[in-house]
Design a protein around this ligand. Structure first.
Ligand code: ADP
Ligand code: MG
Length: 254
């Protein structure tokens, strides 16, 4: 039986004093970060700040040397492996899409729907009509209804990214971790991605890592700035962009 996270305190993800070292170099250094249930959190920070490493820790790919990481108040993610963390309802989207190129858009979604995360959802999506209905819903969410019969390999870059998001959503994740979703996208694709991600909350909780400040400004509720493996500051996008320390850190990058 897969446990459900206890979110009575409104928290979906809780990381405290997390340290990750790679042969003596501290990629994460006492990182403490809390994400509320139903929130869309943006994490920004210069290259090498530890953003992707943080996602690696949450998904079980990297083991921290110290600290704690909890899903809800009750599930210790450091006791779980990558597969069980995915089964607990944490989905991660990487930059490079991993869709099945020789399958149609609809085919990809039906495949994703067939690989459910829990016996309960397997039961829910057992009937073909049920997966068909769910697939239609996902096509609509990802604005791909017109491309349903298109081979995934023939989609534009942005459409591929949306299909992959829809495939993640097929597993009905509680928490979605998304690394640089708009890299390589056109302005129009970026706008659509912003609308798509916003439509996913508050049903899902999202952590979005992104470099594109315009994009962050368009979707962000709360922004966390990472620098040298820990939180430099957290607040509204306005507060973050007008913060002197944040400006210095970004200037250092240019
Ligand atoms: P960001 O995503 O914020 O750009 P990363 O989390 O990818 O930063 O990396 C943080 C730091 O840790 C970088 O200096 C990077 O070189 C280092 N790092 C990340 N993963 C590894 C690894 N597997 N082995 C050695 N160093 C790593
Ligand atoms: Mg990164």
């Amino acid at each position: 039986m897969i446990p459900s996270p206890d979110t009575r305190h409104g928290v979906i993800l809780y990381a405290e004093s997390v340290d990750v070292s790679f042969s003596g170099f501290k990629a994460l250094d006492g990182l403490t970060l809390t994400v509320d249930e139903g929130e869309l959190r943006c994490i920004i920070g210069p290259n090498g700040a530890g953003k992707s490493t943080f996602l690696d820790v949450v998904t079980g790919k990297t083991r921290p040397q110290a600290g704690s990481v909890f899903l809800g108040g009750n599930i210790n993610l450091l006791d779980e492996n990558e597969a069980s963390i995915a089964n607990l309802g944490i989905g991660r989207k990487f930059q490079r899409p991993t869709v099945f190129s020789d399958q149609s858009v609809l085919g990809n979604l039906l495949l994703a729907l067939a690989g459910h995360r829990s016996p309960w959802s397997a039961f829910r999506y057992k009937t073909t009509t049920e997966s068909q209905r769910k697939a239609e819903e996902l096509l609509e969410t990802a604005v791909l209804t017109e491309q349903r019969n298109t081979l995934a390999g023939r989609l534009a870059h942005g459409q591929k990214q949306w299909l992959e998001l829809a495939m993640l959503l097929a597993q009905d994740p509680l928490l979605l971790l998304i690394d640089e979703p708009v890299a390589g996208m056109s302005d129009e694709e970026i706008e659509k991605t912003a609308a798509l991600l916003q439509s996913l909350t508050p049903e899902h909780s999202l952590v979005v890592i992104e470099h594109d400040m315009e994009f962050v400004r368009s979707i962000a509720q709360r922004v966390t700035v990472l620098h040298e493996g820990s939180v430099l500051m957290e607040g509204s996008i306005e507060a973050v962009q007008s913060d002197r320390r944040v400006q210095e850190v970004y200037l250092g990058e240019c």
